[in-house]
Structure formats: structure tokens, C-alpha cells
Design a binder for this molecule. Structure first.
Ligand code: HAM
Length: 438
């Protein structure tokens, strides 16, 4: 992958010994994708899966009022307390580069009254998000997500649809080496008493100071401790899935039944911890085995209190965010071919200035007819230009020299078979467009 995460930030002055201006590097932890990387292919496959289920596109602002994330995502989360790119704009308002999409979607639904129409409101989005994390393979400071949110209907079948859309997005790319982990985080009836029960249990353990502190603030997070000695202590910890309210338990059972009906395999992970505070009931993560530490390729769940917290009516919501960067890495890990398709259908090879002048016009006319066309600029000669034509992935090369112009024809070469025929110059647009659109 040409994505770079080793950029060193601002550079100034000249490169010693050359007198040339010193080049810049992209900021640290920010990947970028070049045409052959397959980024667009992966992103669009994930988006297409959402489109097939009727999610409409929403283009969200890249920054919002800082308070939206503090209130929506939760002050105690790492995302809000440690990772936000926040700054005062020139009007002294505190704004934050979006760290995730759900809070922004809910804000937009409330602001535009989308929840006053038919429910659920189904929206999808794609684009960059920003978290000041320590960069490593698969963990970036600018990360790309495709997400969906379905707001206003508390139906377990909708949870299953959201999960199935993500699963279908991965499958449509040819991915198989991942698993879906599922749990329920309960609701306002069962979570507070469970939290107390867990805190009581944790208070009886010989935990270190930092972990005790964590237990006081967010005891659920302690359950996800990766250290073997802590894991051993937690073996008999009470689990929320065993203490769900009747409504949450019924919801959870129904989601699993729907997933079974849909043939979407899952494993239960009752110790799953998500990094955002808004989740209720259904919570899930897609985990890929070929990615090392940063194995979460997507995650999401239900957030039944978020609309109200952000000043809207008390409507439920459910959604996911898929990491496009990590999905791309997963494709590479599995050897799935994701190179972007050829960018042109036709490549023009002018031999001389007069030929170039003619082919520039032919190319413009073909483009207007819906054919993708590129030209060998710069008088490269036949050999170099034909190499460029092959590299372009085009189906046909149009070869024009002095003698062709005199004869009023242009050579149309099929780059697959190598066959070439002469087509009248004044009919070439129609002929080639016909062959392409077939
Ligand atoms: P999230 O789990 O924080 O959820 O992020 C979703 C996905 O984004 C992750 O599974 C991962 O693939 C990718 N991701 C997160 N951080 C990074 C990073 N630093 N570098 C690369 N990839 C990353 C959310 O953001 C929720 N808004 C999802 C959601 C939507 N829940 C309900 N609706």
C-alpha cells in the first residue's frame, strides 16, 4: 500500500547539497491512497451494500461544535478526553474535527426535523474522521469510515439488517477471514444495578491502583483488561448478558434469531467494550484475524438515548461504522484483488503535431459521448506511447500519423487481441463509441 504513516510534518529550507527546495511529507499518522491502491473500490463496495438497503447519503460537516462530541460520545471516553482535534476558530468558538459520525448524524436529524417524516430515518455516510491516537499499522490519525444510521424504530429486525449490511459489504469484496462478535449492553433498567454488582465484585479483588480507579469510573472497561493475571481474577465476574432486563433479553434473543435466519454467523462476546458511551442493547464488532493488534474492521450498535441527550425526541437508533483503511488491509491480508479498474477505455497515440491537434478533438468528442479517453502528450513517439497505452488498461488505442491524416483514416488497435483496422477519421467517434458501449 502506498499509504504512508511515517510523515514527519513540516519541513522548511533546502535539501543540503542540492540547492533544491526541501519536499514536504504528509502529517504523521495520516495515510493517503494512490490510484492503484484500491481505496475507492473498497469504499464504494461498502457504500453499495448500504444503498441496496435503502440508506440515503448524508454529507456531514468535517468539524462541529466541540460540545456535540463531549455530550454525544461521552466525556469519559478516550475519544473525547484524549483524542480530539479541537481548536478555537477565529471567532473563539471551540470546534472539533469529527472523531466519529453518529453524533453528527443525530444532530442533523434533529436540526432538519428528518424524524418528523417516515421512520426509520436511514442514512449513510463516507469520509475521513480524526483521532489523535498513537499511529501504528492500521491505526491512523485520519481514518476513513463508511457508516449507516437507522433512527426511530426499536425493532430487533432493524439491528439485524444493519449488521447484515456490514457483513454483505465485506462479503461483496470477497472477504471471509473475519468474525462477528455480538453482545447486549442492556438498557437504563438493567445497566445501573449490574454496574453496582460488578463494582462490588471488583472491590473484592486485589487490583492495582490504576485499575481500581478505572473500576470506579467505568467498571465495564475493566472486564476487557488484556493482562493474563487480571483476566484470571475476572474469570468469575458477573456479566451483563446474564443480568439483562426482560425487554433487553427479549431484544437480544430476537436479534440473534434474525441473524440465524439471515445466515449471518456470530460469536457472543459478553466482555466486549466499545470506546463510545452511547451504546445500549445490541453491540457488535467485526474482527479480522489477519491484522494484528488493530483487528476491528467495523463496529456499531444501538444507541437508544442519544437523540434525547442531543436535544431531540426520545427515539432509538442503531448503526455501524466500518473502517475503510482496515478493510483495505484485510483485503491485502487475504490476497483479495482490489486494484482499481482501468481508468480509460481508449488511449490516443498521436505521431506528430498535426495528429495531436486532430486527436485532441477526437478525444473531447469521445468523452462527450461517454467514453473514457486519455492521450499521450509530449510527443513521445510510437514505442513510448504504445507502452503508455498498455499501462492505461484501455481497450483500444487510436494511432494517428501523417500518412493516416492524408488518407483520412485512423488506426484503431484492439489492445487485447492486437488486431488493428483503419477507420475513417470523420466516423471514428461514432465507430469507437459503438464498440465501447457495444
Ligand atoms: P468505532 O468502533 O469507534 O465506532 O469506529 C468504527 C471503525 O472505524 C473501527 O471498527 C475501525 O475499523 C475504524 N477505526 C476507528 N479508529 C481508527 C483509527 N484510529 N485508525 C483506523 N481505523 C479506525 C464508531 O465510530 C461509531 N460511530 C460506529 C457506530 C455507528 N455506532 C453506531 N453507529
Amino acid at each position: 500500500m502506498s499509504a504512508t504513516d511515517t510523515g514527519s510534518g513540516t519541513s522548511t529550507g533546502t535539501t543540503p547539497g542540492t540547492g533544491r527546495a526541501q519536499p514536504f511529507a504528509a502529517p504523521k499518522g495520516i495515510p493517503e491512497y494512490l490510484p492503484a491502491d484500491g481505496f475507492v473500490r473498497v469504499r464504494d463496495a461498502l457504500v453499495a451494500a448500504a444503498d441496496r438497503a435503502g440508506y440515503g447519503h448524508i454529507e456531514l460537516p468535517v468539524f462541529e461544535d466541540t460540545g456535540l462530541y463531549a455530550r454525544g460520545v461521552g466525556e469519559s471516553t478516550d475519544v473525547v478526553s484524549k483524542e480530539m482535534y479541537s481548536f478555537a476558530d477565529r471567532g473563539e468558538r471551540s470546534v472539533t474535527l469529527r472523531p466519529e459520525g453518529t453524533a453528527g448524524v443525530v444532530r442533523a436529524v434533529i436540526e432538519h426535523g428528518l424524524d418528523r417524516g417516515g421512520l426509520p430515518v436511514k442514512l449513510r455516510y463516507a469520509g475521513p474522521f480524526f483521532r489523535y491516537e498513537r499511529p501504528q499499522a492500521g491505526r491512523y490519525r485520519q481514518l476513513q469510515q463508511v457508516g449507516v444510521e437507522a433512527i426511530g424504530v426499536d425493532d430487533p429486525a432493524l439491528d439485524a439488517e444493519v449488521i447484515a449490511v456490514a457483513d454483505e459489504g465485506f462479503r461483496s469484496l470477497g472477504l471471509t477471514g473475519y468474525r462477528l462478535e455480538l453482545t447486549s449492553l442492556g438498557d437504563a433498567d438493567c445497566r445501573p444495578p449490574y454496574r453496582e454488582r460488578l463494582q462490588e465484585f471488583l472491590a473484592g479483588l486485589p487490583l492495582d491502583e490504576a485499575t481500581r480507579h478505572r473500576a470506579a469510573i467505568n467498571p465495564l472497561r475493566v472486564l476487557d483488561d488484556k493482562r493474563p493475571e487480571v483476566r484470571a481474577l475476572l474469570a468469575d465476574a458477573p456479566l451483563l448478558v446474564d443480568h439483562l432486563s426482560e425487554a433487553s433479553a427479549a431484544h437480544h434473543a430476537a436479534v440473534k434469531r434474525h441473524l440465524d435466519d439471515l445466515g449471518v454467523a456470530y460469536v457472543e462476546n459478553p466482555r466486549m467494550v466499545r470506546g463510545l458511551d452511547y451504546y445500549t442493547k445490541t453491540t457488535f464488532e467485526f474482527v479480522h484475524d489477519g491484522l494484528g493488534a488493530q483487528s476491528g474492521i467495523g463496529g456499531g450498535g444501538r444507541y437508544d438515548g442519544l437523540m434525547e441527550v442531543l436535544g431531540g425526541q426520545p427515539l432509538s437508533g442503531v448503526g455501524f461504522g466500518i473502517g475503510v483503511d482496515r478493510t483495505l488491509l484485510a483485503c491485502r491480508a487475504e490476497g483479495v484483488a482490489i486494484d482499481d479498474a482501468p481508468r480509460v477505455d481508449v488511449f490516443c497515440v498521436p505521431l506528430g503535431d498535426a495528429a495531436r491537434d486532430r486527436l485532441v478533438v477526437v478525444a473531447a468528442k469521445l468523452r462527450a459521448a461517454g467514453v473514457r479517453v486519455d492521450i499521450a502528450y509530449g510527443g513521445r513517439g510510437l514505442k513510448g506511447s504504445m507502452k503508455a497505452a498498455d499501462r492505461s488498461g484501455a481497450r483500444f488505442a487510436l494511432v494517428l500519423g501523417e500518412r493516416d491524416i492524408e488518407a483520412g483514416t485512423v488506426g484503431v488497435k484492439d489492445l487485447g487481441s492486437g488486431d488493428q483496422d483503419a477507420v475513417a477519421l470523420d466516423a471514428v467517434v461514432e465507430t469507437v463509441a459503438g464498440r465501447i458501449h457495444g
